[in-house]
Design a protein around this ligand. Structure first.
Ligand SMILES: C[S@@+](CC[C@H](N)C(=O)[O-])C[C@H]1O[C@@H](n2cnc3c(N)ncnc32)[C@H](O)[C@@H]1O
Length: 391
């Protein structure tokens, strides 16, 4: 097995599992893209086994502190461990993330479960090689019958992997299209596992729908970046007097309308840019009682956090102009490289630009099927707050 020697003070010496190319002193042996490599420090101490990437700035991702290959026994152990965690957390009865990359001990593997359907993403070359084996093992462990591949994620490009989506193993007739429907706390949704965003649904927000909707009774609600309409529809079912959703994706708005229809609630979903929409509403003197802001990550890897923070500030200024005293704002940040404190700072600045102050009613986060590792802060990516506008 080839390997890498890391510099003193590399993050991996402090508990992280990533090795950036700049942290490698030298490589030894023959290494190809996706190979399992041995990781050593400058004194030849063994630090674990990792997956090597020729193209990504993250050259190695550690997946074990032992000498380990990506064989079927190991893959099974990891998937079983992840599935046991979901069962202990009580999320296995709803659509859930079964396996989440580093947080579950195998960087680059994502598995989401919608009933008897699994959606697989393999985001590193090493895991990509094993996708068939992983699918077969995972089907057996979680009791699934069909596996769909959503390897069209942007992140695949930096690994030099092609972007593809399609059915991988389908045992149920008529499932090839990847359309599923399911319930969340009695609320019905449809998801398109092959064409919808992410793996078909924003599974990281499912618990926050109810958290936000408990404040919706009697309120005029604006669900910004609504996608399939989760926040808005939950709010409508909890007695909101009006629900308007906005998303730039026409496909998402169509889906949101369909989801609202399936639940017998009346909501208006409008295709458009949220910033433009909110500015227009402010010019017309419109106000809302509850606004949800769940934007895409403004800071992806490589984007300067200060540019992203400016966008969060602008967004909160626009929302602040549509809220009066007593109004509520449920706001989220899913950018990995923006911390909670910086996000709250951008919220405060944006609201102040609109002449508003606010109090934190509660903090929100990601559900237990997206586990957080303290040594890998990137796993703690979803920050959210419900705020009450004071004046
Ligand atoms: C994080 S997702 C929102 C998920 C949604 N709240 C849910 O629970 O399903 C972000 C959404 O923002 C949309 N989007 C991105 N940029 C936008 C913009 N400038 N204006 C409106 N929508 C935008 C995307 O199409 C995507 O559906």
């Amino acid at each position: 097995m080839g390997g890498v020697i890391v510099r003193a003070r590399s993050r991996i010496l402090h508990g992280h599992d990533w090795i950036y190319r700049s942290e490698i002193v030298k490589t030894f042996g023959k290494i190809e893209d996706g190979d399992v490599v041995s990781i050593r420090d400058g004194k030849d101490n063994f630090l674990g086994s990792g997956i090597y990437s020729l193209k990504s700035p993250i050259a190695v991702r550690r997946f074990s502190r032992s000498r380990q290959r990506l064989d079927s026994d190991f893959l099974r152990r990891r998937i079983v461990r992840a599935w046991e965690l979901r069962k202990r957390s009580g999320v296995d009865g709803r659509p859930c993330r079964v396996f989440w990359s580093e947080a579950d001990g195998l960087p680059g593997l994502i598995l989401d479960k919608y009933g008897e359907n699994l959606v697989l993403q393999t985001l590193t070359a090493g895991v990509e090689r094993e996708k068939r084996l992983i699918s077969e093992v995972a089907m057996e462990v979680v009791g699934a019958r069909n596996v769909f591949e959503r390897n069209d994620a942007v992140g695949r490009a930096s690994e030099g992997l092609p972007r593809i989506a399609g059915p991988l193993i389908v045992q149920d007739n008529g499932m090839e299209e990847g359309k599923v429907d399911f319930e969340l706390n009695g609320v019905r949704f449809e998801a398109d596992l092959l064409r919808g965003q992410k793996t078909g649904f924003y599974l990281d927000q499912v618990e926050n729908y109810s958290e936000v909707a408990q404040f919706a009774c009697g309120k005029r609600v604006l669900d910004c970046f609504c996608n399939g309409g989760g926040f808005g529809i939950f709010c409508a079912l909890r007695g909101a007097t009006e629900v308007v959703g906005v998303d730039s994706s026409e496909v998402a708005c169509e889906l949101a309308r369909k989801n609202a229809g399936m639940n017998g609630v009346s909501c208006r979903f409008e295709e458009g840019d949220v910033f433009d929409f909110m500015r227009r509403e402010a010019r017309q003197g419109r106000v809302y009682d509850l606004i949800v802001l769940d934007p895409p990550p403004f800071a992806r890897s490589g984007t300067s956090p200060s540019i992203a923070l400016r966008a969060y500030r602008d967004l909160h200024r626009c929302a602040g102009q549509l809220l009066t005293a007593g109004g509520l704002l449920a706001t989220f940040c899913c950018s990995q490289n923006i911390g909670a404190e910086d996000f709250l700072g951008a919220i405060a600045e944006g609201l102040w630009d609109a002449g508003k102050t606010a109090r934190v009613v509660r903090g929100l986060s990601q559900p237990p099927d997206h586990p957080v590792l303290v040594h890998i802060p990137e796993t703690n990516y979803l920050k959210g707050y419900i705020l009450e506008i004071l004046r």
